[in-house]
Design a protein around this ligand. Structure first.
Ligand SMILES: Nc1nc2c(ncn2[C@@H]2O[C@H](COP(=O)(O)OP(=O)(O)O)[C@@H](O)[C@H]2O)c(=O)[nH]1
Ligand SMILES: [Mg+2]
Length: 254
């Protein structure tokens, strides 16, 4: 299967070279697509140099920082356009262990439309993150899967593999979230389409070098969007039930 690993980068100078090599070593057949937001630390130049050494690496540089969700949106559009059959997403800061790539790809080979590296299934874990970050992620996920009735334990994990046909069907380019809510938005769309999603445990480590780009604005965006989608689901379900409710037999009116 023709596959591509999509990697969003913003100031990942210390991480990017090593991660690109590790990905190449683990899945030599996979091409790589890096979406960099003109990182001030010169990440893009390093990617270009590494591409010269390793080959099969393509770089898209956008003019300014626009958020993880929009970077994936752009990367997926390019990947779908280029006709890849499997599209992988992962972070560049070593939080996502490249050694787990074969597990994700194995699930796709076994028939899953989407394979999710999950911190919240048996065997999965988050190590090193401070307590407040772990709680935010854990409860944020509980909230999202409860409100949106998603049968997925880790809706905000960015470590995934998608069958391209399934990803194309949910039209990622029409999603709206700027930050990691984008990931929940995709799970919700796949679920509605009845796509097969499978989770495999991952141990999520804190980034090796550099600083997190997570911001309060992005957390608030995620909570507001999940709440809004939840309300939309309730209203839609209510309208549908009203439309399809059996009409009252006329003799009951008398
Ligand atoms: N292109 C791009 N990549 C981003 C942006 N924000 C985060 N990333 C990348 O997305 C991945 C996860 O971001 P990170 O800051 O580690 O988020 P955290 O793991 O939730 O703290 C890393 O590879 C980042 O370089 C952004 O605005 N644009
Ligand atoms: Mg990170």
């Amino acid at each position: 299967m023709r596959m591509v690993v999509v990697l969003p980068t913003y100031n990942e100078r210390e991480n990017v070279r090593g991660l690109l090599s590790a990905v190449r070593q683990t899945v030599p057949a996979a091409d790589v697509l890096v979406i960099d937001d003109n990182s001030p630390d010169g990440t893009a130049a390093l990617v270009e140099a590494t591409a010269g050494d390793l080959g099969q690496i393509k770089l898209v540089v956008r003019p300014r920082k626009r958020g993880l969700g929009t970077a994936y949106r752009e990367g997926f559009a390019v990947a779908l356009d280029e006709g890849y059959e499997v599209i992988v997403s992962m972070d560049v800061d070593w939080s996502h262990d490249p050694d787990a790539l074969p597990d994700l790809l194995g699930l796709i080979e076994e028939g899953a439309d989407v394979a999710i590296g999950s911190r919240y299934v048996p065997g999965g874990a988050t190590v090193d993150w401070p307590l407040h970050r772990r709680m935010l992620s854990r409860w944020g996920n509980r909230y999202a899967s409860f409100v949106l009735r998603l049968g997925i334990n880790d809706c905000t994990s960015g470590y995934r593999a998608y069958r391209a046909s399934a990803l194309r069907a949910i039209e990622p380019s029409t999603t709206t979230a700027e930050g990691y809510a984008f990931l929940t938005e995709l799970v919700r769309r796949h679920e509605r389409r009845g796509h097969t999603m499978a989770e495999t445990p991952i141990v999520f480590a804190d980034r090796r070098y550099g600083t997190s780009k997570m911001s309060t604005r992005i957390i608030v965006e995620s909570m507001l969007l999940v709440t809004r989608w939840g309300i939309q689901d309730v209203v839609t379900g209510w309208r549908r039930r009203r439309r399809t409710a059996p009409s009252v037999p006329s003799d009951l009116h008398r």
